[in-house]
Structures are given as C-alpha cells and as structure tokens.
Design a protein around this ligand. Sequence first.
Ligand SMILES: *Cc1c(COP(=O)(O)O)cnc(C)c1O
Length: 447
Amino acid sequence: MMDQQCVQLRQQQQQQQQPPPQQVPSKQQRRPRGWQAVEAPSSLLRTHNAIRDVLEALPPPHELTTSNGKSVIPLGQGDPSIFQYLKPPECAELALVDVLRSKKCNGYAHSAGSEECRRAVAEYYSKGLATNFTVDDVFITVGCTQAIEFCIAALATPGSNILLPRPGFPLYETFCSYMGVKVRFYDLLPEHNWEIDLDMLDMLTDRNTVAMIICNPSNPCGAAYSLEHLSKVVEKAAQLRLPIIADEIYGDIVFEGQKFYPAASLTVDVPVLTVGGLSKRWMVPGWRLGWILVSDPLGVLAKGRVLEGLAKLAQLTVNASTLVQAALPSILQNTPDEFYERSILLLQEGAKFCCKRIQKIPGLECPSKPQGSMFIMVKINMAMFVELRDDIGFASALATEESVIVLPGTAFGTPNWMRLIFAAPPVLLNEAWDRIEAFCNRHRSKC
Ligand SMILES: *Cc1c(COP(=O)(O)O)cnc(C)c1O
C-alpha cells in the first residue's frame, strides 16, 4: 500500500515537472506564410499624435533659418527645458549624482516602482490632501505619459467610451484610439476661463462611459479651475458615477490670486486616478518619471479590479529609471519653496507679456488670460487673414516666414486658435511677438 502510494506520487510529480502542452498545427495546417504577409497591425497604424504630426510636417529648423535668415523660436512643443531659462532645482541634480555615485541603483526596481519612491510620492500628496496615502496607492511610471496610458488601459473594457476635454492634450485621444476606446469630447468654454461645459457631461454619458479625463491646470488652455467650478465637476462625476483621471502634471503651477485644488481633495466618493510627474514642475521632462496616485474612497476601483489591472500593466513594462526613482525622495523633500515660487513668477511674467502683446494685434485675441501651466491659447480671427485660410495655414506660414513655431488649435481639436508656450526668456518672447506682429500686419486682409 505504502509503496503504491509512493509510485503514484512520484508519477504525479514527474508529470507536473513537464512543461505545459502547447498548441501545434496539424499536418495540413503546417504551411508557412509568405514574406508579403509580414505587416503591422492596422490598430497601430491608425494611431497618430496630433502635436507630433504638426511639428514633424514643418521643415527642419536649419532649413527654416537658411530660407528666411531668422533663428528659430520654438514655442510649439511643451518642453520647458529647451530654453535653459526655467532650470531644474539644484537639489535634483545633486540627488541624481549622489544615487549614481552610490552604485546601488544600477539594477531593476519593483514593477510598480521602488518602495522609497512610491512612499515619497504618497507623502508628498498626503501633505496636500487631507488623506493618508500609502505605498500601495502609488504606481511609478515612465513619465506622466505612461501614467495616462495605464489609467486608460485599466478602464478600457470592450465597447467603452471616455470623456475628453476639447481643446485637450492630444495624447489622450491617441491612447484611446489605439486601445479601441471611443472618445467623446466635452467643451471647455473660452469665454469663461475655459471651464468645463457641465451640461455636456450629462449629454455625453451613457452606460459605456467608463471615465472622464480632466486636465487642471490646463494644457493647452492655461486655465486653473476655481474651487467652486472644480467642486461642481466632481459633483457631476459623482452623479454620473464617473471615475476621474485627473491630469495634474501642472499641479501647483498657478498664478497670483489663484489656488490649485487637486480633484481628489474635493470628493468623498468619486474614484480619482491622479497622474503627475517630474517633467513640468521640476523642468526635467527627459528624466521620464511619472506616477499614478490612487484615491478610491469607496473601494470602487479595488472592487472592479482596476487596481489589480494597474499592477498587471506595471508588470508588462520595466519601470522608469532606477536612478531617477532613487533620487525622487530627496527631490520632493528638498526642493526649496523659493524654487517653486520663482518658476511661477517667471511663468506668470511670460503669460502677462503675451497677453499685452496680443491686445495690440488686430485679429488676435485671448478671451481668458492664463491662470496657470505654461500655455496660452490665442484666438485667430481668420476673417482678417483670408489668404492664410485656417490655423494650420497661419502656423505654417508663420514658421516658414518668421521661424516662429506655434501649434495650430486643430492639433487640440479647436480650429482657428493657436497655442504658445510662454516658458521662454523675455528677450526671446519679445522677439517672437515682434515677428508675429509683423507677420499679422503683412497678412491682414485689405478689404
Ligand atoms: C507634458 C504633459 C504630459 C506628459 O508628461 P511626461 O511626464 O513628460 O510624460 C501629460 N499631460 C500633459 C497635459 C502634459 O502637458
């Protein structure tokens, strides 16, 4: 009896040690495909990133300069580091050098991020919000871009749709279309500080709507929502049972007289996935460190296994640089208040200067002044520039004739606007506006 059991057990064990069987084609099926069958999936080829499309369609900078003799002023891309004007805090550079020299950060980190890094993000937000976030509430990602990608992917059930702002950051739509999520746009109101058209949220939401994305302070609009407005937004999300993906990469970058309110701080029931990162506030977009902060007061995301989904997504990719992760705690703890204050002051001056110049140019208008972030949306009265046809014509002629690069509003879903970054040194902004003014004077219709 004993022996028999032993033999059985051993047989079982041997079976378990075999690799699992795999599917093998039958003899008739065994026919290789031809080289002509090698192809990329159409779901991938259909995707596009509107900002990259526009920027990459322009002649390269050196060609612009040789053809018109003017140096390029790149106010198109949202990269504050290109002007070397808003610099990263010194403590960030030191922290990175330290961890590099320690030789302890050359390996892989946990797929959701190193524990120290996640704790640092949790503590940073616990200060601002009246909640105690823990390591488990944080996922570290490769920039805020991947944070957005993960949040959409973790909610993208078949047939679902997501509500996006218009004008809005084009990447949201890029990811949705790749993942087969339908997009529905709610309008931001240019005459009302780019506030959200709340009635549209009611109109657009159905049983397949899985989330809304809000961007505050806003790219491309430069809006920073008031407590009153943002409260109404989260209240609406509560009524409609809509989880919020809050893109707060420009969090705290708000100007005089404004205060920044994190969406997660204003609700006791709506699940909020806050996404952020080092790129914009610390001026190091190339360091590629972002995060997701989970606020799930009623346990909705946990119950729907969305958090488990986020953890799976993290395991699909190897995480952000271990070096930058290791530097993050000291960056968040040691960046002096003066650094933040100075960045805001410089940005605010840039915004003010743009507004002043726009006022003096017939045909251009800025109905709502920037209250935060790094961007200004300028309305182009195309009736006054008939020969340029539309915002794309305007932006490409401005590039070829004046070497000033701006993004046409079409890239953000709003034709006949343009977006500029104002995180540039005053001399450069001044030169850019001199050229834009001359360009407008030259092209303004005579009739
Ligand atoms: C720049 C930007 C991002 C992406 O930030 P990375 O951390 O560089 O990936 C996300 N959202 C908005 C609104 C941005 O402007």
